[in-house]
Design a binder for this molecule. Structure first.
Ligand code: NDP
Length: 256
């Protein structure tokens, strides 16, 4: 199911003069900040989301207010067919210059209590979603012989987090996947990197006990979505770039 009409899809497919950034999960939080930041840097934005049409529409309006175009595309990244239907022909026609894989969920529980559903939903959204999106975008980008891919992992994927065995596994999986992918596509001038945020103020972290966590963070504050967006923007926009297959932590010193 796509939210854009035929005309808008046609326009999206034919905007070849402008650079395009595909932001997966751009309706809220970190993804929203990344989409807006990349629009400020001059990209036209293809913004995907799952179900929150109101939030995605608000980001679209904000980006259009900056004078850039924004096409919003709803689908479930955990669903292979939905992902190919939403992105396949679009990317085939016009390969994006930048892809940011940001969508993700958490379903926290101690492993002894963790349900199969909590395990499966996190792994299928966070890790299978990466495979599903890459399958739609990679061939067209390889043909174009240029591009930047940034994958949003997490400090939890680097050092592990109690109550997040499912989430840590999915985010560590992304790091391994990116390192391998970087070896596969580097020769085609596609630069692939991971950004691993610590605790960032978004819906995902709104219920955490801040006062217990802050003493663990040397910078003594949660990060803001813009703290992540600025690094992603750097990786996507900087012309002279030799960073490839790396994991860049944005965590205020939580993991050193
Ligand atoms: P939010 O919950 O605020 O936003 C999540 C985004 O992902 C939304 O755009 C949402 O769409 C989309 N999304 C979720 N599930 C799916 C799905 N099945 N299919 C398609 N899109 C989906 O998350 P954050 O901004 O906090 O996090 C963004 C990323 O950063 C995630 O990968 C998260 O794991 C990671 N991260 C976050 C940290 C934090 O402290 N906040 C720390 C470390 C990593 P919709 O609006 O439609 O639901």
């Amino acid at each position: 199911m796509n939210y854009y009409g035929r005309d808008e899809l046609h326009t999206a497919m034919n905007t070849t003069s402008e650079k395009i950034a595909l932001v997966i999960g751009g309706s809220r939080g970190i993804g929203k900040a990344i989409a807006v930041r990349l629009a400020r840097s001059g990209f036209s934005i293809w913004l995907t989301y799952h179900k929150n049409h109101e939030a995605a529409s608000a980001v679209k309006a904000e980006i259009e207010g900056l004078g850039k175009s924004c096409t919003i595309i709803p689908f479930d990244v955990a669903n292979y067919e939905e992902t190919q239907n939403a992105l396949g022909s679009l990317c085939e026609q016009t390969p994006p210059d930048v892809v940011v894989f940001n969508s993700g969920i958490s379903r926290d529980n101690l492993l002894v209590w963790m349900t199969r559903e909590e395990w499966d939903s996190v792994l299928s959204t966070n890790l299978d979603g990466f495979y599903n999106v890459m399958h739609a975008v990679l061939f067209p980008m390889l043909r174009q012989k240029r591009g930047r891919i940034v994958v949003i992992s997490s400090t939890s994927g680097q050092i592990g987090q109690s109550g997040q065995v499912n989430y840590s596994a999915s985010k560590a999986g992304l790091i391994g996947a990116v390192k391998a992918l970087a070896r596969e596509v580097g020769k085609r001038n596609i630069l692939v990197n991971v950004v691993a945020p610590g605790l960032i103020e978004t819906d995902m972290t709104s219920e955490l006990p801040k006062e217990q966590i802050l003493p663990l963070i040397p910078l003594a504050r949660f990060g803001m979505p813009d703290d992540v967006a600025s690094v992603v923007n750097f990786l996507c926009c900087e012309e002279h770039m030799y960073i490839h297959g790396q994991v860049i932590g944005i965590n205020g010193g939580l993991a050193i």
